[in-house]
Design a protein around this ligand. Structure first.
Ligand code: DGI
Ligand code: FE
Ligand code: FE
Length: 191
């Protein structure tokens, strides 16, 4: 589907705040693509669709994953909200007709990240965190600036803050979130 058509559909699927956030992520991802030499079209589509499965009740997320044979990890079983990433990638392909595996992968890993994330993966992960409608996270001003300078350092900082937030809140930490933090921590610590 064309971007404008997808937008129209998402306006119906998502609540108002989620749609506003979605548009923020889409344009922020495009700006990051410009700054870092990534493909702007891929950034726009991945940003637009990253949360397309967010507004489905958790029980339904679990049953849809079973229905479509999407694997559910232990962490996802305990925190089914995490599944909106995998389910989002599935819907991006099956409902919205996205065939570009690079776009689908960025959607799939946008919540926990994964070691070895590629350029678009990092851009979507970061855009999700810094888009202009976000206002809860600490250090946002500094992280927003850093995002246009060094993606790996930005990933490390966001993951570190997210792990701290989850620890304080007592949230179940997905091993992938820890592994991703370690990956970026190791890749930047020696320069
Ligand atoms: O969908 P969004 O809210 O736009 O953003 P997101 O997909 O990055 O999800 C953000 C939430 O996911 C945030 O509250 C932190 C949470 N999260 C990230 N990693 C983990 C996690 N939650 C749990 N339980 N475990 C994780 O490892
Ligand atoms: Fe999300
Ligand atoms: Fe999001």
């Amino acid at each position: 589907m064309k971007r404008k058509e997808i937008e129209k559909q998402l306006k119906k699927e998502l609540d108002k705040e989620r749609f506003t956030h979605t548009m923020g992520v889409m344009y922020t991802a495009a700006a990051l693509a410009m700054a870092h030499g990534a493909d702007m079209d891929q950034a726009l589509y991945a940003g637009l669709l990253h949360d397309c499965a967010k507004c489905i009740p958790n029980e339904e997320k679990l049953s849809l994953c079973e229905k479509y044979q999407i694997s559910i990890s232990d962490a996802e079983r305990k925190s089914p909200s995490l599944l909106h990433a995998k389910l989002g990638a599935y819907f991006a392909k099956s409902i919205y007709g996205i065939e570009d595996e690079v776009i689908l992968h960025a959607i799939k890993v946008h919540t926990t990240g994964e070691p070895g994330m590629n350029l678009l993966d990092k851009i979507i992960y970061i855009a999700d965190y810094i888009e202009p409608n976000r206002d809860q996270a600490p250090n946002l001003t500094a992280i927003r600036k850093l995002a246009f300078q060094d993606l790996d350092k930005t990933m490390e900082k966001i993951l570190s803050d997210t792990l701290q937030y989850l620890t304080e809140k007592g949230g179940e930490i997905d091993p992938l979130t820890n592994e991703t933090y370690q990956y970026f921590h190791n890749s930047i610590s020696h320069n």
